[in-house]
Design a protein around this ligand. Structure first.
Ligand SMILES: Cc1cc2nc3c(=O)[nH]c(=O)nc-3n(C[C@H](O)[C@H](O)[C@H](O)COP(=O)(O)OP(=O)(O)OC[C@H]3O[C@@H](n4cnc5c(N)ncnc54)[C@H](O)[C@@H]3O)c2cc1C
Length: 541
């Protein structure tokens, strides 16, 4: 087995391994630093689309949220025509990758016990987070202490993919399980897949070297670059390929289409001085002291990752909002694709009760677009916490395609963010609800000022403007090489093999046909485990 990775091996990089330095590698040499094209429905903004360019890919850059979608959402994959892809098969595959460190904050169901990825409930528990459960309980949401077991609705404390020694646990941990039959080539970029007729026979590297595959080629370049590699290799929309002068191996117009992403919106609050915040690390002296503790293997603020999560349906916000949004979506006669129909069904009973539409994360320290107060500002030094809201099933869909035959040119990414009216109303309504959460007892007792968006935002029109200017991606692009029947826009079949060619599979987030109500990594590991099973079975035949 040969693994080819364009980026370096980042296992010695503290910005990757130290949990509390999450986010510090964004924009660095470990990031592909992709962006969208200007998004007309979102004030023409260009959105960041960070992606890991390092061994482990985006699992080296991610924010270590470790959670899981619902039974109904994975069973929907099978109903879409993907035989064998359901909760029953994906749940054990997801559990297989993980070893959870038991904690009184989490029950027994929903966590793995034997896999290479280590997970913990973070030991840094900000004092003000003690308001998380009672506040959401007061707003009608039940406590759910086993939120990774297929029912994620409720208010929870969730794990992070962090080892008990407080280093990031991520894809390269799998290398510890491998034997001599694996070679890893880092800093090596694949430029295209080579075909003999319609059989994949190997790859050409960026420097022109050709490598032959004895059995098959597996493409795992992620939702932005897998479609590009397919197109560069002659698999994609024949019209586009011909325009770019690429010989067509298989006309597959769905390559790069069906792009979906979770959108997020955030609010942040200035804490009363008696509640120490993660923002303390903005102070260089304190940061050095905490880093010294971390390096001495002692409890440190640098251990921190978020652990407070809530998933809930629109009825938790209000019955009125739930009814209005359901009517808006049901009246939309353009939502006719197989995937859109499933998403539509999530807003109506019975699924509207079990498939959450919204997520809120309690995140200590500043997160937002306005920026933490500058060192010259009198506000520098304040402690804040953020509520990050995520819309689980946006209806806007976009695409990603290559711009030219040059592998070095960045892809054209067009998510069409906020282009569906549901998405804008959802983002605005969720932002407004974040204020309601923060203003409810006992959370209302821990802060003095709403730092962002602030008191100027009051009317529904204001919330809409706030959403237009502040909605971001939460880095969950999927669907661009979808696991679906070819007639419904599929690129891969239930064996993850690309339609119309031989010996070529895709195994990454691009195969996920529709967005789950969860962050993506547990699902991506589960897909990989299931793929490994299929490949081993096929090889041993
Ligand atoms: C900033 C950020 C935060 C996130 N936070 C979370 C979180 O907290 N929890 C969660 O569950 N999910 C999170 N995610 C999402 C999750 O990490 C991704 O969904 C997941 O890693 C996707 O896996 P993938 O295999 O599809 O792609 P990737 O992990 O992106 O891997 C693709 C790999 O292919 C390599 N590659 C690309 N092109 C080539 C080429 N031509 N030749 C050779 N190699 C190539 C890349 O360098 C990369 O290593 C986050 C993602 C990001 C970017």
């Amino acid at each position: 087995m040969l693994v080819i990775e364009a980026g370096p091996d980042g296992r010695q990089e503290p910005g990757i391994s130290i949990p509390g330095r999450k986010g510090s590698t964004l924009g660095s040499k470990y990031d592909w630093n992709l962006t969208t094209i200007a998004q007309p429905a979102a004030n023409n903004r260009v959105f960041a689309q960070n992606r890991g360019k390092v061994l482990g890919g985006s699992s080296a850059l991610n924010l270590m949220t470790w959670d899981r979608t619902t039974v109904a959402e994975l069973d929907a994959w099978e109903k879409l025509g993907n035989q064998g892809w359901n909760w029953k098969s994906l749940y054990p595959a997801m559990l297989k990758c993980e070893t959870f460190q038991p904690s009184p904050a989490y029950g027994d169901e929903g966590v793995g016990t034997t896999g290479p990825i280590r997970t913990v409930i973070n030991r840094i528990f900000p004092r003000h987070q003690s308001t998380w459960y009672p506040t959401l309980n007061n707003l009608g949401l039940q406590t759910n202490n086993e939120s990774l077991n297929g029912n994620n609705i409720g208010v929870s404390t969730q794990p992070s993919n962090v080892s008990p020694d407080y280093t990031r646990s991520y894809a390269p941990d799998y290398l510890k399980l491998t034997k001599k039959n694996l070679v890893v080539k880092v800093d090596t970029r694949v430029a295209k897949i080579n075909f003999n007729g319609n059989t994949a026979v190997g790859v050409t590297l960026e420097n022109g070297t050709k490598l032959t595959a004895r059995k098959e080629v597996i493409l795992s370049a992620g939702s932005f670059q897998t479609p590009g590699l397919l197109e560069l290799s002659g698999i994609g929309n024949a019209t586009l390929l011909k325009q770019l002068g690429i010989p067509v191996v298989k006309d597959l117009p769905s390559v790069g289409e069906n792009f979906q992403d979770h959108i997020r919106i955030q609010a942040s609050y200035q804490l009363k001085p008696e509640y120490p915040s993660f923002d303390a690390l903005k102070n260089a002296t304190r940061a050095a002291a905490e880093l010294a503790l971390y390096n001495a293997d002692q409890r440190s603020l640098y251990d921190y990752t978020a652990s407070g999560y809530a998933y809930f349906p629109w009825t938790t916000v209000s019955n009125d909002t739930a009814t209005k949004l359901r009517s808006l979506v049901e009246a939309d006669t353009t939502l006719t694709s197989a995937v859109d129909k499933v998403k539509k069904s999530y807003l109506s009973p019975p699924l509207s009760a079990t498939v959450p539409q919204l997520e809120v994360i309690f995140s200590d320290g500043y997160t937002g677009l306005k920026g933490y107060p500058a060192a010259t500002s009198p506000l520098f030094g304040i402690g804040t916490f953020a509520l990050i809201g995520v819309v689980q099933h946006p209806l806007s869909k976009g695409n990603v395609h290559i711009a030219s035959r040059n592998i070095s040119e960045k892809p054209i990414i067009n998510p069409n963010y906020l282009s569906h009216p549901y998405d804008l109303q959802a983002a605005a309504g969720l932002a407004k609800y974040l204020r309601k959460i923060a203003s409810s007892k006992p959370m209302s007792d821990i802060w003095t000022e709403e730092y962002e968006p602030g008191n100027a935002v009051q009317t529904d029109e204001d919330w809409k403007k706030y959403a237009l200017a502040n909605t971001l991606s939460i880095y969950h692009p999927i669907g661009t090489a979808a696991l679906l029947p070819e007639k419904d826009g599929g690129v891969v079949d239930p064996s993850l093999k690309v339609y119309g060619v031989k010996n070529l599979r895709v195994v990454d987030a691009s195969v996920i046909p529709l967005l789950p109500s969860a962050h993506l990594q547990t699902l991506v590991y589960g897909i990989a485990e299931k793929a490994a099973d299929m490949i081993i079975k096929q090889t041993r035949k």
